[in-house]
Design a protein around this ligand. Structure first.
Ligand SMILES: Nc1ncnc2c1ncn2[C@@H]1O[C@H](COP(=O)(O)OP(=O)(O)O)[C@@H](O)[C@H]1O
Ligand SMILES: [Mg+2]
Length: 225
């Protein structure tokens, strides 16, 4: 019998990030169990986006360890860190980071097809399904022509495409009206639960935060509660 893969615990130990000599993130200890759902809140400028970018391996901390199972992401060379991120993380950026000249469905497929010219038919079908579930009626529309709320939903579909083990979402409902935010929160929670992924969602949206199992509040770069 094949052994089950080791569950991937996400953790930070003694992480420090400074910008221009100013400490913006100081996390002594944080741990998320596999499949756990976290809401991360705190005032503007308290370090939420920085926290997510460090977890994603997009930003190397000045010191400390960022652990995914046994792997210290912060200690990996850049190429290995990029590969780890591609294979493991679904990221929803605060500013979406869509390519305006590409269609919605192309944007969703982009990270998964980074290294190849051809798109697997089942992957394209999954992209279209995710977009439909997100309420994007016309997947061939250029991303630049979509409203901010639609762009946010395309960014969410893109993050979920490759069934990542870790989903990091930066204010994923901030551009949505209340009804759409509720639909997207349902879908996000449902998808994450079914896939067993770990979710860390930065948000000011109480309805979203209430749906998470844990809440992490940051203040001036530190865990307040
Ligand atoms: N690239 C950067 N260079 C300098 N300062 C930065 C940079 N990114 C963020 N900061 C600063 O770090 C602090 C935390 O920012 P951020 O993580 O974006 O906060 P939040 O997402 O909670 O609003 C802020 O004071 C911000 O101005
Ligand atoms: Mg932010």
């Amino acid at each position: 019998m094949r052994p089950l893969p080791a569950p991937d615990v996400l953790a930070m130990r003694d992480v420090r990030v400074t910008f221009g000599g100013m400490a913006v993130l100081q996390i002594d200890a944080f741990q998320a169990e596999p499949g756990s759902l976290w809401g991360c809140a705190g005032p503007s400028g308290c370090g939420k986006t920085t926290f997510l970018h460090v977890l994603a391996g997009l930003l190397k901390p000045d010191s400390g360890a960022v652990l995914w199972g046994e792997t210290d992401i912060a200690a990996l060379p850049e190429g290995a860190r990029d590969r780890w991120r591609r294979e493991t993380v679904g990221m929803v950026f605060q500013d979406f980071q869509l390519i305006p000249e590409l269609s919605a469905v192309r944007n969703v497929l982009l990270p998964a097809t980074f290294n190849s010219w051809t798109v697997d038919r089942s992957l394209r079908a999954r992209a279209l399904t995710l977009l439909r579930e997100m309420g994007i009626a016309r997947p061939d529309t250029l991303a630049g022509a979509l409203s901010p709320g639609e762009q946010q939903r395309v960014a969410l579909a893109r993050a979920m495409l490759a069934r990542p083990r870790l989903i990091l979402a930066d204010e994923p409902t901030a551009s949505l009206d209340r009804a759409t935010a509720a639909t997207v929160t349902d879908l996000l929670q449902d998808t994450v639960r079914r896939s067993g992924a770990t979710l860390i969602a930065v948000s000011h949206d109480e309805a979203l935060l209430d749906r998470m199992q844990h809440r992490l509040v940051l203040n001036a770069g530190r865990i307040a509660s």
